[in-house]
Design a protein around this ligand. Sequence first.
Ligand code: ATP
Ligand code: MG
Length: 138
Amino acid sequence: MSNRTFTIIKPDSVRKGNFGKIITKLEAEGFRVRGLKKLHLSQKQAESFYGVHRERQFFKDLVKYMTSGPVYVAALEREDAVPHLRKVMGATDPAKADAGTIRKDFGESIEQNAIHGSDSDDNAKAEISFFFAESELV
Ligand code: ATP
Ligand code: MG
């Protein structure tokens, strides 16, 4: 089990001023921020990042949402980073997420669900290198 994962604090969270609250929660859960950037995803970046969902009916809306405003992307470190972040995030649909999870507390809908987290160690590695050079992880 690798100790790194990758997160996006999604546009709805940034728009509502929830970035600080979400980072505070992640730090309280033992995650250390190794890399952090604020950026506005381009159409190309969003399409490529969510490429596995290209054939899904919600893909176009997902890309529109993810490019609707700035996001924060971060590389996080902690023991069992990938499964632990998924647990702290909660279910994809905030209405089905457990109490106390980030999506329960900050998500709007199954689409506008506050945060992304890698779903495997391999994807964590790929997603971190999509946005960060190794020298930017400190
Ligand atoms: P993420 O990959 O963002 O961490 P996830 O792994 O919980 O979320 P995925 O199935 O990978 O969920 O879906 C990627 C994203 O696509 C979701 O986070 C959400 O923003 C959007 N999405 C997923 N399912 C739907 C749906 N049925 N309708 C609209 N948007 C959806
Ligand atoms: Mg996913």
